[in-house]
Design a protein around this ligand. Structure first.
Ligand code: ATP
Length: 456
């Protein structure tokens, strides 16, 4: 287990996974760009989520709602009033802090009834200076819509993706002839003006959520909540996260968001931070559809023909962060091993093997001609042209074969395919497995079937 995030931060940059945003201008704090391998990894995370949540189920359908929504949505959702963090400033060094984080660090349960804060006599952790009273700080990014400033209306970048699902509840239910219980899933960007972002991509101001809202009758809620908590936990395990690095944490009543009647986190054991939220399962009651019915004037209730019953569906939400998940997969897969690559100039004392699940690996097959001689290059290119129809491949002809294996191990490529002079005669290539390092000769004609089976 890594003891700091620094190793991953520099590895992610060095190997083209994640870069600081606007780096040549000194960087924009807490914003990150996914590089060529990072975008493949994160796309694969999202693809696997979609596959598990939509493609493989009859009871969930997808949606892609717009980021900008009518301002009233945020009144109805309670975000204009309630989506705030408690904030204090140091009177001396002017640094800004989350009051709840300061209390938690001292083992005090944060409560903010009038008079609560003053009792604790908290000081600035940096300089020991006095702190201001607690103020509420709204986390939504505000912007304006419209070409003429005077006539423009204030709108917000969505702080969570799910509101687009609630406002489309009837559209989806009616157009897809769905019966309750059913779910709507969506992947998309969300924005929060976090006061204390940090820990790399764990907490950023722009991030991506993978959310699913399951509409149900209140009598079925408990069973459905249990089902989703298992489904979401199992997804992380199936994709290779070590069991001991995952745990559930039930929220106490005092921690619950304004809309939630029950919340459970799936936590990951992040280096240096310990167990922190990776995803959540929430019982949102019928708060959302009730509020949107009130504020929009549209009746968002559901009529159950069989039971002859009309009700406002309750919602069990599963909410995963694509960036936090990508980070967890990277950290969990990162392995430093004693040297294991072949020839002399490829040798190092320590080597990195990124043991990503095959379905998440950015590159599935590396194509490595043993020499730069024309007939090997030509054959390698022909093989790549065929394989890239189905999989992300990478062509690499520079350096010794040991070095090239190591490069691929470091970025998690499950298979390396070497084209050598024998290949010209026997029409076979050598395929090496990242984890077992077992090598086998496979006929060129059989490669598509071979990888089809291995990478399914
Ligand atoms: P936290 O307590 O860590 O601030 P939260 O409880 O506010 O998280 P939710 O509102 O439940 O988070 O959001 C669902 C998921 O979205 C989280 O589990 C996380 O994976 C992701 N997420 C939330 N805020 C951020 C952020 N600032 N940066 C990256 N991912 C985030």
């Amino acid at each position: 287990m890594l003891d700091s995030l620094e190793t991953i931060v520099s590895f992610a940059k060095r190997r083209g996974f994640i870069f600081q945003s606007s780096e040549i201008y000194g960087g924009l704090s807490s914003c990150y760009d996914y590089g060529p391998l990072g975008v493949e990894l994160k796309n694969n995370v999202k693809k696997m989520w979609w596959k598990a949540m939509v493609q493989n189920r009859n009871d969930v359908v997808g949606l892609d709602a717009s980021i900008l929504m009518a301002p009233k949505v945020w009144e109805a959702s309670g975000h204009l009033e309630g989506f705030t963090d408690p904030l204090v400033d140091c009177k001396q060094c002017k640094k800004r802090w989350r009051a709840d984080h300061l209390l938690e660090a001292k083992g005090i349960k944060p409560t903010f009834q009038p008079g609560d804060w003053g009792k604790h006599n908290m000081k600035c952790p940096d300089c020991g200076g006095d702190l201001t009273e607690v103020r509420k700080f709204n986390l939504m990014f505000k912007t304006q819509m419209g070409a003429v400033e005077d006539e423009a209306i204030d709108i917000y970048l969505r702080p969570e993706t799910c509101q687009g699902i609630y406002t489309n509840f009837l559209n989806v239910q009616q157009s897809m002839r769905k019966k309750v219980p059913f779910g709507i899933a969506q992947i998309g960007k969300a924005f929060r003006n976090e006061i204390t972002p940090g820990h790399f991509t764990f907490r950023t101001r722009e991030f991506e959520q993978m959310e699913q809202q399951y509409f149900c009758h209140p009598d079925e809620k408990k069973k459905i909540f249990d089902m989703w908590q298992e489904v979401r936990m199992q997804w992380y395990r199936d994709l290779g996260i070590k069991k001991e690095n995952l745990q559930f944490r039930e929220h106490e009543k005092t921690e619950l968001a304004h809309y939630a009647s029950r919340a459970l986190d799936i936590e990951y054991n992040y280096p240096a931070m310990g167990f922190k939220e990776l995803a959540g399962v929430h019982d949102r009651g019928n708060w959302d559809l009730t509020r949107h019915s009130e504020f929009s004037g549209e009746d968002l209730s559901y009529f159950d023909n069989q039971k002859n019953e009309k009700f406002i569906p309750h919602i069990i939400e599963t909410s995963d962060g694509a960036d936090r998940a990508t980070l967890a997969f990277l950290i969990d897969a990162y392995d430093e091993v004693e040297t294991r690559s072949g020839d002399e100039d490829g040798k190092h004392e320590k080597e990195v093997v990124l043991r990503l699940h095959k379905s998440l690996a950015p590159i599935k097959i590396a194509i490595l001609p043993l020499s730069k001689k024309e007939p090997l290059q030509k054959l390698s290119e022909e093989i790549q042209t065929k394989l890239r129809q189905d999989w992300m491949t990478m062509y690499d002809e520079t350096g010794s074969i040991g070095k090239r294996y190591r490069r691929q191990d470091e970025i998690g490529t499950p298979y390396c395919l070497t084209v050598d002079f024998d290949s010209l005669e026997d029409k076979k290539v050598t395929v090496r497995d990242r984890d077992t390092m077992v090598q086998e000769r496979v006929g060129i004609e059989e490669l598509e079937k071979y990888f089809g089976d291995k990478l399914r």
